[in-house]
Design a protein around this ligand. Structure first.
Ligand SMILES: Cc1cc2nc3c(=O)[nH]c(=O)nc-3n(C[C@H](O)[C@H](O)[C@H](O)COP(=O)(O)OP(=O)(O)OC[C@H]3O[C@@H](n4cnc5c(N)ncnc54)[C@H](O)[C@@H]3O)c2cc1C
Length: 400
């Protein structure tokens, strides 16, 4: 295991709040994890598992805390009797996407089995960068994750809140999540099947037991298909209207081995373009963010009808018996404007999207006050409670 001493949580989380922690431990394999756990026990430390910190608000108190940082990086593709092994980056700068090499054998096999609609299993280590994983799959003709392009973070964090965007969610592709239970001075392996994960909108059993289970690998299972599917109307509309405007760069042009791959590249560009306009890509001015800061409230039919009596034009998406209300709409309806900041000017609503908060130099308490301000205004106007999406580290640090 590799220990980095005195690392700033503000630098290790995208929202940029947090104190210096004494120990930041990179975990590459099971042995590293066991050693780290012993180290934590011996030194009576608190611990917290942290990926790329894009959904975590750091703690800004000095504590005897060890961060466990998954950095394993193998991915295995299994189809029929064939297996392909690769090592993928654990975090990337955007330009590094184009230093990738296509594996012609995997590509041929995917193409071959596409015709027969076979399934492929992808066993991905938790430490791999998610967006690189999406890109690597597209390059090899596996486009299922394309709608979830541009989401920051690691593969291992995706099952926690059932990551999703533009009509797709991780739950649609996860077969199993391999974890270790960190409890009672032992580490026991526990494999969660898809149904055991109890995936819901931005939720799973793993989120309910945050930091109890260390995710080592995520196993995806997808059917190989030639046709691209887009499940989200806004994305579909933009894609078919503006497809030809999404120019591929030289690298992408040279690596297109089929019409399907070309379409997925274009779809990825389209997703990036939509996300960028909303400030949902971490390469812009408003990148001290945790993405969407509040989840869209889910109401029962009875609750929804009550609200609708008062606000008859309230927008919603009906999902089974439930009604999902866009949190961004609620915020603006409550009279909070895009770009609005707190009294100290150190935290505010993104000028690009009402659902994203931007840190301009806030302390944790400034953020907490601003969250309360938003929640109270929304509640007063709508009787609906907004819940934050990111994880507040201070609520989930434990000792072993
Ligand atoms: C600009 C921006 C856009 C975003 N867009 C989206 C979006 O479209 N859809 C969406 O769903 N999310 C989105 N997010 C949120 C975030 O990117 C995802 O939730 C992502 O999966 C978090 O990954 P991470 O590695 O950064 O997790 P972290 O923030 O490091 O961790 C998140 C939680 O997972 C736990 N965790 C991490 N790794 C492990 C592990 N190996 N084992 C056990 N627990 C672990 C941590 O303890 C923590 O509680 C966005 C965030 C940003 C900043």
């Amino acid at each position: 295991m590799k220990i980095h001493y005195n690392m700033s949580l503000a630098e290790k989380t995208t929202f940029g709040i947090g104190e210096v922690v004494p120990y930041f431990i990179e975990i590459i394999n099971r042995e590293d994890l066991i050693q780290a756990i012993n180290f934590i026990k011996e030194n009576q430390l608190f611990y917290f598992i942290l990926g790329e910190g894009s959904n975590t608000i750091g703690i800004d108190k000095k504590l005897p805390l060890a961060i466990l940082h998954p950095n394993n990086h193998q991915v295995i593709y299994k189809i029929e009797d064939k297996e392909f092994h690769f090592r993928l980056p654990t975090s990337v700068q955007y330009k590094e996407f184009y230093q990738i090499t296509i594996d012609e054998d995997l590509l041929d096999v995917v193409n071959f089995y596409c015709e027969k609609n076979k399934r492929i299993q992808i066993i991905a280590d938790a430490g791999i960068n998610w967006d690189y994983f999406v890109f690597f799959n597209i390059l090899h003709g596996i486009g299922h994750f394309t709608a979830m392009s541009g989401i920051p973070g690691k593969v291992g964090s995706t099952p926690i809140q059932n990551v999703g965007a533009y009509g797709e969610e991780i739950k649609n592709f996860v077969r199993e999540v391999e974890t270790l239970l960190l409890e009672n001075r032992t580490t026991t392996q526990k494999i969660f099947s898809n149904s055991e994960c109890q995936f819901r909108y931005r939720d799973s059993i793993l989120k309910k037991h945050l930091n109890r289970f260390y995710i080592e690998k995520v196993i995806f299972d997808v059917s190989l298909e030639k046709d691209i599917t887009i499940k989200y109307p806004e994305l579909e509309k933009t894609f078919y209207k503006e497809k030809d405007l999404f120019r591929l760069n030289d690298f992408e042009e040279s690596s297109i081995k089929s019409e399907t791959i070309k379409q997925y590249f274009q779809l990825r560009k389209c997703v990036y373009s939509i996300r960028r306009k909303k400030g949902m890509i971490l390469d812009g001015v408003y990148s001290k963010s945790a993405g969407s800061f509040f989840t869209n409230p889910i109401l029962t039919e009875e609750e929804f009808l009550q609200v609708q009596k008062r606000i008859n034009h309230i927008p919603y998406f009906k999902e089974n018996e439930h009604y999902k209300i866009p949190a961004a709409w609620l915020i603006e309806y409550a009279g909070i404007q895009k770009g609005e900041k707190n009294f100290h000017n150190n935290v505010g609503i993104s000028p690009l999207h009402a659902l994203a908060l931007i840190n301009y130099g806030a302390r944790f308490n400034d953020l907490k006050e601003f969250i309360k301000y938003i929640q109270e205004k929304v509640y007063k106007k709508t009787n609906i409670i907004l819940n934050p999406e990111p994880i507040f580290m201070e609520d989930f640090i434990y000792k072993i």
